[in-house]
Design a protein around this ligand. Structure first.
Ligand code: ATP
Ligand code: FE2
Length: 352
């Protein structure tokens, strides 16, 4: 009986036009992902440009996305055993991000929408990070610590929008880690390598006598800043400090600043769930620090699986699915990208 039901369910899922396709192209990564008709996510097919030298060049990243798009989409369909006829809607990142990269994703979405004659919806990339996290972690009304390459924000849902309670005043925490790493000859993305070097250094220490290196702690009210701590960390390296020790101290200072602002947001709003999102939320040390803070104030801290922390098409598909269910579509005339779209510009009609 159960088997028959399973077969029936899978036949329903495979019916024409049941999946929402999501396209992510805000920066380094091009990614296609899917959710089914119930909004259940399926893993993405992604590729990230990793410049050998220097930072990201928007035009080169856009060329990468153009060159790889067909292959990635084919991989996605193959991975999940579907074809174009199973797609019922297409969602894409409308902003924020790098103009040339965003425009590639939007052009692909327009093409698919018109070829398959399915609705299109342009979504806010930052809000997509939030929604996939809420869905994966089963959070209801969390404070969000959104820590990625380009963004560092502490967010709460208040009166129909995701409000930014605090944010970085200069660079995103991930960009700071990547830039510091690049100066040491570590290629993009530097965050995971800094995490590994810090953990290896810690293992060699006699923890009761553990002394971190001194770095600035940049919390300004509810806001944060990271370029000062990056410069100071580089100065330590230039003065001969051990790279592992600097990586550990850099993480401790930068993460503690985020945790402090997140704690204040929990306290101000009276909410009791903290949710992490964005690529830096992959970091185990940050996850541990957030859990410790949350436990100390009888709250909880959550982080989605790592494949849904980094940029991925599935989170775009999920937000597209949610917005479509609430009656929003994007017409061709409204489909232009917005590099500077802010988290709090999107009206959130679906959350509590
Ligand atoms: P956004 O447009 O949301 O700013 P993004 O383009 O920065 O997104 P993400 O995939 O969300 O892309 O985040 C990438 C960042 O995450 C990079 O800066 C990378 O170094 C960082 N990162 C990834 N894994 C880790 C980790 N384990 N520890 C610290 N940082 C990490
Ligand atoms: Fe992102």
């Amino acid at each position: 009986m159960l088997r028959v039901q399973e077969q029936w369910l899978s036949a329903v899922n495979m019916a024409k036009g049941t999946f929402t396709l999501g396209i992510e192209s805000t920066a380094h990564t091009l990614s296609f992902g899917l959710v089914d008709s119930d909004g259940i996510p399926l893993p993405s097919s992604s590729d990230t440009i990793r410049p050998e030298k220097g930072g990201i060049h928007p035009r080169e990243a856009a060329d990468h996305h153009k060159d790889i798009a067909n292959q990635l989409l084919e991989n996605l369909f193959e991975m999940h055993g579907i074809s174009g006829r199973h797609i019922g809607a297409v969602a894409y990142s409308q902003g924020p991000g790098l103009g040339p990269c965003l425009r590639v994703g939007a052009a692909i979405a327009r093409g698919i929408s018109s070829k398959l004659d399915v609705p299109m919806v342009g979504v806010n990339h930052c809000v997509a990070h939030i929604e996939i996290g809420k869905q994966q972690c089963g959070c209801n009304d969390p404070i969000l610590l959104y820590v990625s390459g380009g963004n560092t924000q502490v967010i709460a849902h208040l009166e129909g929008k995701y409000r930014v309670l605090g944010e970085t005043l200069d660079i995103g925490i991930g960009n700071m880690l990547d830039k510091f790493a690049r100066a040491q000859g570590i290629p993009f993305p530097g965050g995971p390598v800094i995490e590994r070097l810090a953990a290896e250094w810690l293992q060699q220490q006699d923890s009761p006598s553990l002394q971190g290196l001194e770095l600035p702690f940049a919390v300004r009210g509810m806001d944060l800043a990271f370029s000062g701590v990056m410069t100071a960390a580089q100065r330590l390296i230039d003065n001969g400090s051990d790279l592992g020790a600097v990586c550990w101290s850099l993480q401790e200072h930068a993460f503690a600043a985020c945790v402090e602002v997140a704690e204040r947001a929990l306290s101000h709003t009276g909410k009791s769930e903290l949710l992490l999102g964005g690529g830096v939320a992959c970091n185990s040390r940050l996850r541990t620090m957030c859990k410790q803070m949350a436990e100390e104030r009888s709250s909880s801290s959550h982080a989605p699986p790592r494949m849904y922390c980094i940029d991925n098409g599935t989170m775009i598909a999920l937000l597209g699915h949610i917005e479509l269910e609430h009656g929003r579509t994007t017409s061709l005339a409204e489909s232009a990208v917005n590099q500077y779209l802010r988290t709090d510009e999107t009206t959130v009609t679906w959350a509590v």
